[in-house]
Structures are given as C-alpha cells and as structure tokens.
Design a protein. Sequence first.
Length: 694
Amino acid sequence: MAKEKVFSVCGMCTVRCPIQVDVEDGECTYIQGNPHAPGLQGALCARGGAGLALLNDAERPQFPMIRQGERGEGKWKRVTWDEALDYVAEKIKTVTDVHGGKGVLWSDRGGPFIDLHQAFMRGLGSPNYCNHDSACARNVQHAAQSVFGFGRKAMVYDYKNAKHIVLQTRNLFEAINVKEVNDTLDALGKGCKLTVIDIRATVTASKATRFFMVRPGTDYAFNLAVIHEILNKQLFDAEYASRFIQDMDALQAFTAQYTPEWAETETGVSAKELRTFVEELATASPSVIWHPGWMNARYSDSFYMSRTAYIINALLGSIGAKGGLPIAATPKDVGRKGLKKLVDFYPKPEDKRADGVGWKYPHFDAGPGLLHLAFKAIETEEPYPVKAYIAYRHDPLMAYPDPEALKKVFDKLDLMVSVTFSWSDTAWYSDVVLPLSTYLERESILAGKGGLKPSMFIRNRAVPPRFETRADWEILGGLAKRLGMDKLAFDSIEDIWAYQLDGTGVKIEDFQAKGSVSLTDTPKYFTPDEYAFKTPSKMIEIINQKWEKQGLPSLKPYVSPDKPGEGQFRITFGRCGVHTQGHTVNNTILAGQMSENVLWMNNETAKAMGIADGQTVEVAANGYAGKIKTFLTDFIHPEAVFMIHGFGHTLPVESRARGKGVADHMLMPGGIEKWDLAGGAIAMQEHFVTVRKV
Ligand SMILES: Nc1nc2c(c(=O)[nH]1)N[C@H]1C(S)=C(S)[C@@H](COP(=O)(O)OP(=O)(O)OC[C@H]3O[C@@H](n4cnc5c(=O)[nH]c(N)nc54)[C@H](O)[C@@H]3O)O[C@H]1N2
Ligand SMILES: Nc1nc2c(c(=O)[nH]1)N[C@H]1C(S)=C(S)[C@@H](COP(=O)(O)OP(=O)(O)OC[C@H]3O[C@@H](n4cnc5c(=O)[nH]c(N)nc54)[C@H](O)[C@@H]3O)O[C@H]1N2
Ligand code: SF4
Ligand SMILES: [Mo]
C-alpha cells in the first residue's frame, strides 16, 4: 500500500494548527498535530481529530448550485462549475457596470490566507473587503491600536514563560488554540499562577489559582480598581513607565475615584481579595499576561475593558517582556523578506469604503472594516448602492444577531454568493453556492506567521476532492479569468507559490521536511528600546487623540450595566471544547460528543422559580422562543443565563444538527444596531431574555 505523510493546516477552526495527515492509497487514515510544530507536541483538539468526519460527510454541498425558488426556500439547481462561474461573473459584471467595483462586498473569517481574497477585491476595484471581526475581536484590536498604535497581533502571548496569567472573558481551555493550551499547561507546571475572571466557572476556572466570579458586564469597573490599586501602592514599573508611558498623571487622577471598595459594589469581588491579587501581580511582573479578551463583542464598554487590560500590562512592564506580551517579529526584523503579496497586483481602490471606516470613522482600522456597517450600506444605499455580496467561509446569518432582520437587508442584493465547505444559514439564503473543498482536499496560498520566530507555512492537499468541490484559488482564479483579471488567473497552485516565494530566499522544497520554514533559529525578544510604539509620541498613550477628536474619551467614566428586570436574565454565551461556532454541530463525531446546548442557570435563582436541573424550559426574547434543558449550578452569576453558541439549526439538509438546542443569536433583537462607536464591535450581551417552565 502507498503510505504517505502530508503536512497541512487544520481547517476545523480559525486557529489553523499545523497538521500531519496519514494518507494510504488516496484515503486519509489519521490526522495529528504536526510533530515538528513547536508547542503542539503532535496534539490536536477534538475538532481537529474530527476532520475525517467532515471529509466523509455527504451532508455538505457536493456540487455548485444556483437558486431556483425564493431566497431561502431551498430549491436548488445542480450546475457545472463552468455554469456556476459564468453565472457569478456575469452578475458581478452587471453590478460593476452600473455601480462600479464598489458595488461588490466581500466577507471572510480573516486569517493567514486572505491575501488572495484581498487581491481579488482589488482586482474588481472594490474597497469593500470585510472580515467577521466586528462580531469577534474588533474591540480588542481597536483597544490595542488606541494604546500602542499597533494592532493586537503585533504582540504575542508568551504563556510558556509567564509567572501569572490573568484570563478575563477568556476561556483558554475550552475556546481552544492547541499551542496556547500546551504552553499554559507547561507554565502552570512550573508554578505560574492563573487567575480567571468570568461570570461562571469554566474548565479554565477549574484549573485556576484564583477564580473571580464577577457580575456580568462589570469588568471595566474591576480593571479601573486594579489600576487604582497599582498606582496608589506604586506597584508599577516606574522606570518603564517614565520611559514608555504618556499621561500617567491623567490616569492617576481619573482612577482616583475607582477604589477597590467601590469596585466591590459593582463586581461583587471583595476589595481585600482584589488587593491581594494585585500584590501578587506586582511580584510576578513583568512576566504577567493580562489577557485583553478575544471574543469581546459583548458590551457597550468592552472596548474600554480591553484598553484597561492593555494599560495594566503596560503598568506592570509586561508589554515587550519575556513571559508577558513580547513584540512579534516580522521577517524584516530578522533580516529576511516576507512572502510577495498578491494584493500588489492591483492598485488600492480610490473609492471610500461603504462601511464608513477610514473616512466617516477615521479612528477605526480600515483593513477589514466593520461588516455590520457594510450591511447597513446595503440597506440604505448610503454612501452608495452595494448590490453583490460574496460570503467566503463565513456565516453571518448565524454570526450576527437577529438573522430575520439581516435577511431583509440581503433581499436588497442582486447577487449573493456563498463559498463554503458545509451548509450554513447564509449558504442556504444565497443565490449561488460554490462548494469549497475541505481543508484536507485543497491547497491554500502560502502563509506567513509573525512571532518570536517568524515563519512561513504550507497547506498541502492531502487527498483529492471527494465531490465536485474546488479550492479557493481555483474558484477565485476561475472568476478572475472570466472577469478579465488575468494576473489572478493562475493555472496551478505551484505558480502562485513560486510568485509568493520570489525574492525570499526560500524554495518550495524547503517546506518538505517540516511543513514550515522558520526564518530565524533563535527567538527574537526585542528590548523596549529596539521597537517603537506606533503612536504619534512613539510611546504608550493613555490619551489617544484620534479617539478624542471623535468625541470619544480615552478615559471614559464607568457606567453600571443595567440589572435584568423581574423574571429576566442577561444573555451570555461562549464556546465549548468540542464544537466550532455553528459549523460542527452536524459533524457525525462531534454531534456524538455534544448534540445540543443547555441553559446554565444559577441554582438558587432557578429553584426559586421552581425550575429543576435538566428540566426543559423556554427561553425567549422579542417573539423568538426556544426550548432548552437547564444546567443548574452555583457557579454562574444569578443575573445571567449562559449557553454555547452555534446550536438551534433549522436547515433540512443537516439531519444531525436540525432542531437541537437553542440559537443565542436569535435572542438579540435589533442586535446589529447595537454597536459601539469607540470599539466598533457589536454588543451582543446587551440583551435580556425571559425563562419559563414548559
Ligand atoms: N450570538 C453569537 N454570535 C456570535 C458568537 C457567539 O458566541 N454568539 N461568536 C462570534 C465569533 S467569536 C465569531 S469568530 C463569529 C464566527 O462566525 P462564522 O465565521 O460565521 O463562524 P463559523 O461557523 O466558523 O463559519 C465559518 C463558515 O465557513 C464555512 N467554511 C468553509 N470553509 C471553511 C474552512 O476551511 N474552515 C472553516 N472553519 N470553515 C469553513 C463553515 O462551514 C461555516 O459555515 O461568530 C460571532 N458571532
Ligand atoms: N473549541 C473552540 N475553540 C475556539 C472556538 C470555537 O468555536 N470552539 N472559536 C475560536 C474563536 S473564533 C474565538 S473568538 C475564541 C473565543 O475565545 P474566548 O473569548 O475565550 O471564548 P468564549 O467562550 O466566547 O468566552 C470566554 C468567556 O467569557 C465569559 N463571559 C461572558 N460574559 C462575561 C462577562 O461579563 N465578564 C467576564 N469576565 N466573562 C464573561 C464566558 O462565560 C466565557 O467563559 O475561541 C476560539 N477557539
Ligand atoms: S484548535 Fe483544534 S480545530 Fe482549531 S485549528 Fe487547532 S486542532 Fe484544528
Ligand atoms: Mo471569534
């Protein structure tokens, strides 16, 4: 039998761990973490292991389809790839003839392979490239930019060498990145402390040295009190602060009122415990990581929560420190050249963005824009009509609140295309479904990764496609050919790889041994003097003029979150270890692990309502009601109910997922309008639900 080991990249979530796939006679037989990848130790998470079930799943789009009936009706016509690409190209041409390139919107899930997508959009002459992030980490990104002048990924989390890790709104052991999990476990084994700040006890909390259960939505208060205590007790790194932090006086004056005693009344965490905690942080500094959050599209002050988290790191000297948040090196920093960019084929479009980012909202990061505002542009045709939308591996009808409202927006489109490897609500509502090969059946463009050791990595095709699906470069190349964008009409992935590697000194053969190429042998830790912050002052700026000019205070007075009314609860949500967002619930292996979500409720509160553990209840908001079993525990704040996101599927083509559990995003009426002008993200937990026995 022909046996082979193929290096590739997991595609079961956006983390994209390096993998090694065993292939025997054209069949994948086993997937493991790439044994050469540092920190992975050959491991994968449960979802990565379940990739084989995705590959073999017949309940995924198997061939291109064009809608026949009404949008969302589910009447599809099977077509050939030529027919599908001709159809899409023709429709795009019609839109661009009338409205220009800017009439086309794209959204994807961000990540290391977007160069091709951005090149495609530039080729069309559209500035409207967006990613998913206004429903994920945009508040964190903008917080980083407002404090340091660079984005959140310009720093890495050096978990392995940390002495105290603080996870706030961050469930590291269930919302998984395998390397981060392994590195954190290593650190804990070496005596690193772990503090978890959450509204409920997670698996991560169960591994923590200390767990603070806070009142939902009061993290900003918590952080202001921590800053107060650090400044008051002079526990900050004075030398670091004097050299690198501006506006220390303003910070001191602003936080004077936010004492630990005051915070106790907001968060429920005792002032005494907060003080002991801060003392311990100071002892461990600068090898401290106070995580600024990841999925932080939650509250109208989440941006400020992330900002204060970064400020605490700065005060403790951990920005740039080993065991803290060192600065990620780029290829240039280690004397090398990065991959040549496909996006440079075409000039930057001159039109302003439909979402207003960069002109109406000059303080936001223009790169991936804000998708919910682009949707607004579809609805209002302001600043101009947007008539075609391509959702690439993105399911906004599940990822943004209130899908019924969003469908009405999509009804204004002349063309809606979904490029996807599984069914999704968005694909089902599209005009054309272009089925993407699973990550095991497709190559991607080469990708670069910054970090302590910048590198490049490859996604090889492990096996040929099972069905009539194609790789992204084949799909976009096919469209490019039809749209006269010849430079992107590559005939083979090897041609793309060769273009990307040109001038880098790296050859495609160099990826054979390990699946990646490290651009340096030794990790690069910059000393603080070696890098400059990207702010106008080149320092960490507590007061950011870009935001101030928009009338957005850098030091915003704390506003206490609303309390739920009688019989109401604040909706909270998050991830579990065995599912990715909404797209693994139909996976045979993972559905077997967890087929429905449950509603976490505080024990006493539920009992007072006569609700028992495991009982089916109705959870409702604004006309939508779902039935779900309860999970009663002392370890969730009484103001909140919690559920895992991604359940409550309704599509007839997903037999394992259909009708299982409740969809949290249905419980957020008008949710797309609730977004924060300071951070840019949706505030998904600013909603209340009712619960009753059925
Ligand atoms: N109410 C509520 N809303 C949320 C969240 C929440 O917790 N609650 N979470 C938010 C967060 S953090 C995020 S990041 C977004 C996520 O929102 P989405 O990006 O919509 O989430 P996914 O389910 O990962 O969607 C990816 C889609 O692309 C398809 N796909 C195609 N190719 C690939 C591939 O190669 N790999 C993968 N992984 N998928 C592919 C999948 O089948 C799926 O349909 O949702 C956000 N929205
Ligand atoms: N297994 C798995 N791993 C994943 C993903 C996945 O779908 N599945 N998705 C990936 C993606 S796209 C992302 S963005 C990350 C998300 O990674 P995380 O942000 O860590 O994950 P979440 O589970 O969304 O949220 C973390 C915690 O926030 C808590 N929380 C809710 N409200 C509050 C509050 O008011 N205050 C505090 N302090 N805590 C609160 C929740 O209880 C939850 O435990 O995970 C990534 N990894
Ligand atoms: S965290 Fe799990 S699902 Fe995500 S890329 Fe890594 S192995 Fe795959
Ligand atoms: Mo996310």
